[in-house]
Ligand binder design. Structure first.
Ligand code: SAM
Length: 354
């Protein structure tokens, strides 16, 4: 049982690291929102994003971020994972990334205005990656294909979520704790699909430093960025590969995780990828997906879900928010255990029967 003193010091330590971090990204997020608004008011050829469904106020968003942080702290206090370290880099690095983020906004705005989302579909790239992948998702510069994009990504995502992206990712750890507790972590295995710059694997290694883990992503520059970010850890393998054909044996993984990928896959590919995840899971293994909430999960957010793909290039998002993941899992032999909401994300848990 934690003493009142140790509980107080945990809360003080949590507040001292997480609150300034939220303030940092929230400030940039609000500044970005204002710049986009101003650019639109100056004259935009595009129709204004529209929805008839309810949209949460900013106050409501802040309350829900506060609830997410409370849950994160409760998980730390319950011993489900240690006090988080977000590893955003030194203050100088954060300033540098922030500057690069704001310098890139006009290019994103230009793409949003012109609707141009095919810059990465060059003759050189055609055939080297699936067509659905060769797009400027979110109108980002370089798509998934450049070092600059990989370096900007984490600031873009944290700013979009007002500093809560890592907190949402960490909500995948409690369902992993359920199946890892009491077992020798050195004998387990975890595969993170679409690992991007490795932020979720960093959370995993903080909780289970000796757990052998693999990160897989289709982007070379993102895997390189993950390699840099995860250099402090041992026991991590990183590979450039497609979630549709995972180069690992059947029934080789105790856990498969996948964070913020499924909303970017076409419906057909979602099914192929999920079947691959089921194939590489050991019987008794667990799949944890973290992705956007879906229509109806939080009815007063439904309008926000409709607005999102009108401002960011997200060609598969509208089909994603109506996808029945429990049924998809079942079709691959995975039992749907539960969903848990984490602000604008949800954690979906599936088990492969023993
Ligand atoms: C929105 S990012 C999410 C990255 C990371 N999981 C996170 O938490 O931020 C989507 C990632 O999935 C990768 N990706 C997209 N399609 C893929 C596929 N078919 N196979 C493997 N990776 C893919 C992209 O390269 C990108 O790094």
């Amino acid at each position: 049982m934690n003493s009142p003193f140790s509980r107080l010091s945990t809360r003080a330590a949590y507040g001292a690291t997480q609150l300034p971090r939220i303030a940092w990204y929230l400030g940039q997020g609000i500044a970005r929102d204002r710049m986009v608004q101003r650019a639109r008011e100056k004259g935009s050829a595009r129709p204004r994003p529209q929805t008839d469904a309810p949209v949460p106020s900013r106050k409501r968003l802040f309350e829900d971020i506060a609830a997410l942080l409370k849950q994160d702290l409760a998980n730390v206090e319950a011993g489900l994972y240690p006090m988080p370290a977000d590893h955003d880099g030194s203050f100088a690095t954060m300033i540098q990334r922030s500057r690069a983020f704001f310098q890139d906004l006009p290019a994103i705005h230009r793409r949003r205005e012109s609707g141009d989302h095919n810059e990465v579909l060059t003759e050189e790239m055609r055939g080297k990656r699936p067509l659905y992948y060769l797009q400027n998702f979110h109108f980002q510069s370089g798509g998934w294909m450049t070092e600059d994009s990989a370096r900007l990504y984490d600031t873009q995502v944290e700013t979009l979520f007002y500093g809560s992206a890592n907190v949402m990712r960490r909500q995948a750890l409690p369902p992993l704790h359920e199946i890892f507790a009491g077992r020798d972590q050195r004998r387990l295995s975890l595969l993170d699909i679409g690992c991007g710059t490795g932020r979720f694997l960093d959370c995993v290694k903080q909780a289970w430093p000796r757990l052998p883990a693999i990160g897989l992503d289709l982007s070379e520059p993102y895997v390189e960025e993950a390699r840099r970010h995860l250099a402090r850890w041992s026991g991590i393998g990183l590979m450039v590969a497609n979630a549709e054909s995972i180069p690992l044996p059947d029934e080789s993984q105790d856990a498969v995780t996948c964070v913020f990928l499924f909303h970017e896959l076409p419906p057909k590919v979602r099914r192929i990828a999920l079947a691959e995840f089921a194939r590489v899971l050991k019987p008794g293994g667990r799949l944890v997906l973290v992705d956007s909430i879906q229509r109806g999960d939080q009815p007063d957010y439904d309008g926000l879900l409709e607005l999102f793909p009108q401002s960011f290039h997200e060609p598969y998002y509208l089909s994603y928010i109506d996808e029945d993941f429990a049924a998809l899992g079942e079709a691959c032999g995975l039992a749907h255990v539960r969903d848990e909401r984490a602000y604008v994300s949800k954690v979906m848990v599936f088990d492969k029967p023993s």
